[in-house]
Write a protein that binds this ligand. Structure first.
Ligand code: HAX
Length: 441
């Protein structure tokens, strides 16, 4: 891992100097104000942390180190004869800030291939759970079992200089990334394919190998995995999974502990679990309507029924985005190229034409447009991966790319323990009466 570490060292040293000077000159500049509503309502719109790997624009969507998804699809290295980016290239970009050459991406594939062996006790820990366990629970248990391997935890226990924290975090992150596809595939084959496991293929790239170990060697599915792993990787720092990983990491919990914590957040239905909820909701709609080709009118009625029952329409809305998610659009383009006549995929597109005006008409939803989760399941179903409870595990494997690149940066930049201030309503009332300060320990 020497070449990549050397590259990172040069980048992080330059950044440290830049940030030190920036704070010296501008550290006391006021960067915004906070309303009482924001304090009570999920801290929306409060800028409170630095994440170098990607930036989310409410109108335009995500950019990874300045590159949009269509730009990444053009400029990142591809698998032989492939047309989708290799996630290895995205990881390189997020870690170094530079577009990788084919050689750079292949180097990462090679490192991850060599470090992909998962110790037996991890499989034993997963096997100890009932088969009925949700795949995300199995996944987090697998990650936690892998924590026995942490270099950071060992080196910290031995006594590690602050300046060197990032290095074992880097090693842990690379090894964790190398092993996650194996863990994910193991869970899938155990739960849904009678524990008939498939050996990794040493010649395949990271996402291609995941497809292979899941049991889907179709070229289209491999390309889908490369796209899927790329677009789900990062969504700046404030989302639940990225923020949790960063927060737990700030206590110097090692990368395994931090990532597992983040993935427990991803497993919530308002976040990553929404991808399973979308397909579940569509299947339930099909069953209730008695057709797998519902009309727009039928969809509209079903959406209104969902809302009248006090439920959310899964896959729609976002805490930051205010337009159609470019990750949704990238998947729609993939569908148009690879499966234009698929009934379920066409239903997803009909839902897209139907839902936004209905949500808009409620007058309270800030973003009526689809997010990434509105589309992903239908593409997986097309290739036969119908077991929707597994979908969030795929999201989790991808999200590791972003949160691990960020965690390496967090330690490289020496970010301290994160600890915002909270208040009680009693104190808020005193403050409103002019009898107390709201801030300050
Ligand atoms: N269906 C029904 N109601 C919705 C809605 C939806 N899709 N999206 C928002 N609303 C409601 C909210 O529940 C809220 O209602 P109340 O005032 O009655 O509490 C109101 O509209 C205002 O919400 P908002 O300000 O527009 O949205 P938030 O920032 O609070 O929440 C969510 C953002 C993503 C959680 C929300 O849009 C939602 O629940 N969407 C459906 C679940 C989903 O798709 N989640 C995945 C999001 C993307 C992601 O993280 N992927 O992993």
């Amino acid at each position: 891992m020497g070449i990549l570490k050397d590259k990172f060292t040069a980048k992080v040293n330059a950044s440290n100097t830049e940030i030190k000077n920036l704070l010296k000159e501008h550290g006391s500049k006021v960067a915004g104000e906070v309303t009482l509503a924001q304090i009570y309502q999920g801290m929306r719109g409060i800028t409170g942390l630095v994440t170098e790997t990607s930036l989310l624009d409410a109108q335009e969507g995500i950019r990874f180190r300045g590159y949009s998804i269509p730009e990444l699809q053009q400029q990142l290295p591809k698998a032989p004869k492939g047309d989708q980016p290799l996630p290895e290239g995205l990881f390189y970009l997020m870690l170094t800030g530079e577009l990788p050459s084919e050689e750079d991406a292949n180097y990462i594939t090679d490192v991850w291939q060599r470090r992909s062996h998962v110790p037996n006790h991890v499989f034993a820990a997963i096997d100890a759970l009932p088969v009925s366990t949700h795949p995300m629970t199995m996944y987090v248990v697998g990650v936690m079992a892998l924590q026995t391997e942490s270099y950071f935890a060992k080196r910290y226990a031995e006594g590690l200089n602050k300046k060197d924290y990032w290095e074992p975090v880097f090693d842990d992150a690379m090894i964790l990334l190398a092993r996650l596809p194996r863990i994910a595939a193991y869970i899938y084959r155990r739960k849904y394919k009678n524990s008939e496991h498939i050996h990794p293929n040493g010649l395949l790239d990271w996402a291609g190998n995941l497809a292979h170990m899941l049991g889907y060697d179709d070229k289209g599915f491999m390309e889908l995995m490369r796209l899927y792993m790329t677009i789900h990787a990062d969504h700046e720092g404030g989302n639940v999974s990225a923020h949790t990983t960063h927060l737990v990491g700030s206590a110097l919990s090692d990368p395994y502990l931090s990532y597992a914590a983040g993935m427990n957040g991803l497993a919530g239905p308002l976040h990553g679990l929404a991808n399973q909820e979308v397909i579940k909701w569509i299947f339930e709609m099909q069953e209730s309507l008695g057709t797998d080709e519902p009309s727009k009118e039928q969809i509209a009625d079903y959406v209104k029924k969902t809302l009248s029952e006090g439920k959310v329409v899964p896959g729609y809305g976002h805490a930051v985005l205010r337009k159609t998610d470019p990750r949704f659009t990238a998947q729609m383009e993939f569908g148009k190229n690879y499966m234009p006549d698929d009934k379920l995929v066409n239903t997803v597109w009909k839902i897209y034409e139907t839902v936004p005006p209905i949500l808009q008409s409620l007058g309270k939803i800030k973003n009526p447009w689809p997010n990434v989760d509105a589309h992903s399941g239908a593409l997986l179903v097309h290739y036969g991966l119908v077991e929707y409870e597994f979908y969030t595990v795929l999201f989790a494997v991808s999200r590791a790319l972003g949160v691990m690149a960020s965690l390496i940066w967090d330690r490289g930049l020496g970010f301290p323990l994160e600890r915002p201030k909270s208040v009680t309503t009693e104190q808020v009332k005193l403050w409103l009466e002019g009898k107390d300060q709201i801030w300050g320990e």
